[in-house]
Design a protein around this ligand. Structure first.
Ligand SMILES: Cc1ncc(C[n+]2csc(CCOP(=O)(O)OP(=O)(O)O)c2C)c(N)n1
Ligand SMILES: [Mg+2]
Length: 648
């Protein structure tokens, strides 16, 4: 049965003339034992909420997973999909993608993140178990990880969190082949990995990754131990290829026709490429059918459970009725409140977390700054998995990846905070949220030089614009308490992608009253020109207040100016031509104001417009001093606008 994985993997990589045969061949025995003896799954019900999660963190070994899904009877990939491995249109992408195939729990390829997402899945499992009990939620998370996944810095964050939270249902099967792309691991590391894991509260065990009985013994020990487990599986990369196994050349290129023939002879595998002998196929099918009975029993328990409906709602990702949320928002948005948008976010979160029980918050040790903790979200820890607030520690990348895992597990809507400038620490995980279509909300505060005295290390410049460049990521920069509430609503409703809320440290005046959600269209006319319109001032976040003040000065001189608030550039650009032409009429000078890089604003202002921003690093000083220093004040901007209009 394991040789079927080897054959499919080497033949698919050969046909594609690209890919990684070494890892699937090396881990074929371990994966076979895992699927045969331990993994709870049902190919006919791939989204069964109580299935075990299997994460191939070493995503380059994608053929291992595609082989397993095909052999155990998932509807996809078909054998033709596997023949088309790595070709356009095949769900068998170069690295596994969650949106392509059921059974691919998360998208992997950036090493280390699969394991870190698995921490989030294991965490979500315990959280839902606390709420819904063993009858509905009682599963494990298994990970296959390579040397690379364990070497990446994110591994330190992920296992530290998992060990601290005592996530005993997380089991990592380490492909301990002592080979990476460049060669032997002794070239780059002399770390005692098992000791490092033990130091963070993990259980560790070793096995011979090619001895079925020994593998079973080790995994059984891991399952029995209450701590998260690392199973070091000593393997040979490319196992079965007689002249290439054990060497780094088998990592990432096809074996070649001669070596494939030699491997067939060595394994006694006489079937043609992409053909599986009927008896072996039947054994895999039997194994794949085994979970159906347990799945059926679970379905009965779900139907009988008083909490069944609520559980199914959460797992489907459907929000509860938000009428109450909207009513609460309308009530507290009455009157005029001057608060920082981070504070407005806290107020919005009080309402949202009270009404949406699946929201689970947290911060990378900046709770008091991000204002992410609410009354409804008690602490989540090893003694209280029912808590809804996670102290991630100073682990931005680990937090973001864990939130991806939680969102992909389902039943949880995670949100987490840090300073906007440190989004760089977790940027690839934010990108992975977007690629995977994961509903994760990033609460990124201290969003400009407006944070003041902490200086350029803490002042984002390029961050907001560079996040706008990530496909499928909603980037909101609300201007006041009203827009913050609106953007929060849009973020929780964004079921198939992540959202960023870039929020101010400094207080901002309320600029309008509540009503229909004007942020939905990304940008709208906040104030219309009174005098004949000559200028449209387009601003985001804290700079909308500045635009309003600029407008007043211009109007006083008879220069008509609109103010457009643009909490989401991408939403605005997605509107129809008529709406865009109405907000940004032709023949009128466009002026953008944002306390960050000017790069990219040409798309809104045109080359003939004016762009006010900051293209250098910030500086340490009080916020007002910095706004003046960087020329982002009405006094400095108005003359330049008048000059552009040739009015002096
Ligand atoms: C973050 C990241 N860095 C680099 C790579 C490129 N890469 C893919 S596999 C690999 C080596 C991984 O070694 P190991 O995990 O031991 O896998 P094995 O060669 O044993 O299959 C590298 C550097 C990557 N996919 N992700
Ligand atoms: Mg390796």
């Amino acid at each position: 049965m394991a040789n079927a994985i080897r054959a499919l993997s080497m033949d698919a990589v050969q046909a594609a003339n690209s890919g990684h045969p070494g890892m699937p061949m090396g881990m074929a025995d371990v994966a076979t034992v895992l699927y045969a003896k331990f993994l709870k799954f049902a190919p006919a019900a791939p989204r069964w909420p109580d299935r075990d999660r299997f994460v191939l963190s070493a995503g380059h070994g994608s053929m291992l997973l595609y082989s397993l899904l095909h052999l155990t009877g998932y509807a996809k990939p078909t054998i033709d999909d596997i023949r088309n491995f790595r070709q356009l249109g095949s769900p068998c992408a170069g690295h596994p993608e969650n949106h392509e195939l059921e059974g691919v729990e998360c998208t992997t390829g950036p090493l280390g993140q699969g394991l870190a997402m698995a921490v989030g899945m294991a965490l979500a499992e315990r959280h839902l178990n606390a709420g819904f009990g063993d009858d509905l939620v009682d599963h494990r998370t298994f990970v296959v990880a390579g040397d690379g996944c364990l070497m990446e810095g994110i591994n330190h964050e992920a296992i530290g969190l998992a060990g601290h939270l005592k996530l005993g249902r997380l089991i990592v099967l380490w492909d301990d082949n002592r080979i990476t792309i460049d060669g032997d691991t002794t070239m780059s590391t002399s770390e005692d990995i098992a000791a490092r894991y033990r130091a963070t509260g993990w259980h560790t065990v070793e096995c011979d990754g090619h001895d079925f009985a020994d593998i079973e013994r080790a995994i059984a020990e891991a399952v029995a131990d209450p701590r998260p487990s690392l199973v070091a599986c000593r393997t040979l990369i490319g196992k079965g290829a007689p002249n290439k196994e054990g060497g780094h050349n088998v990592h990432g290129s096809p074996l070649g026709a001669d070596e494939i023939a030699a491997t067939r002879a060595n394994l006694g595998w006489s079937a043609a490429p992409f053909e599986i002998p009927a008896d072996i196929q039947a054994d895999w099918a039997t194994l794949g059918g085994r979970g159906a009975a347990e799945r059926a029993l679970w379905g009965k328990r779900l139907a009988a459970s008083a909490q069944g409906k609520e559980f199914s709602r959460r797992m489907a990702g459907d929000l509860p009725d938000l009428a109450q949320v909207e009513a609460s928002f309308a009530a507290w948005l009455e009157g005029s409140q001057k608060v920082a948008t981070r504070k407005a976010s806290e107020l919005a979160l009080e309402v949202l977390t009270a009404q949406i029980p699946e929201m689970v918050g947290g911060s990378a040790d900046l709770t008091g700054s991000n204002l992410t903790k609410t009354k409804a979200t008690g602490p989540f820890n090893a003694d209280n998995y029912g808590g809804r607030y996670i102290s991630y520690g100073i682990r931005e990348f680990g937090m973001a990846a864990a939130m991806n895992g939680m969102a992909l597990h389902g039943g949880v809507i995670p949100y987490g905070g840090t300073f906007l400038v440190f989004s760089d620490y977790c940027r690839n995980a934010i990108r992975m949220s977007a690629l995977q279509g994961a509903r994760v909300v990033y609460v990124l505060t201290h969003d400009s030089i407006g944070l003041g005295e902490d200086g350029p290390t803490h002042q984002p410049i390029e961050h907001v614009m560079s996040m706008r460049m990530i496909p499928n990521l909603e980037v909101f920069r609300p201007a006041d308490i009203i827009e913050t509430a609106e953007c929060w609503q849009l973020a929780v409703q964004n079921a198939h992608g992540p959202s960023v809320l870039a929020l101010s440290r400094q207080n901002l005046p309320q600029l309008r009253s509540s009503g229909p959600n004007l942020s939905t269209k990304g940008a709208y006319r906040l104030q219309a020109a009174t005098a004949p319109r000559k200028v449209v001032l387009i601003a985001t976040g804290s700079e909308v207040e500045i635009a309003v003040n600029i407008r007043a000065l211009l109007e006083a001189q008879g220069v008509g100016a609109d103010v457009v608030s643009m909490p989401s550039m991408s939403r605005f650009l997605a509107q129809d031509a008529a709406y865009k032409a109405d907000v940004l009429p032709a023949g009128v000078l466009r002026v953008s104001i944002e306390a960050g890089t000017r790069f990219g604003w040409e798309a809104i202002t045109g080359l003939e417009g004016l762009r006010f921003g900051i293209d250098s690093f910030g500086a340490s000083a009080p916020a007002e001093v910095l706004y003046d220093h960087f020329g982002l004040t009405p006094a400095k901007i108005v003359p330049q606008v008048l000059a552009a209009l040739e009015i002096q």
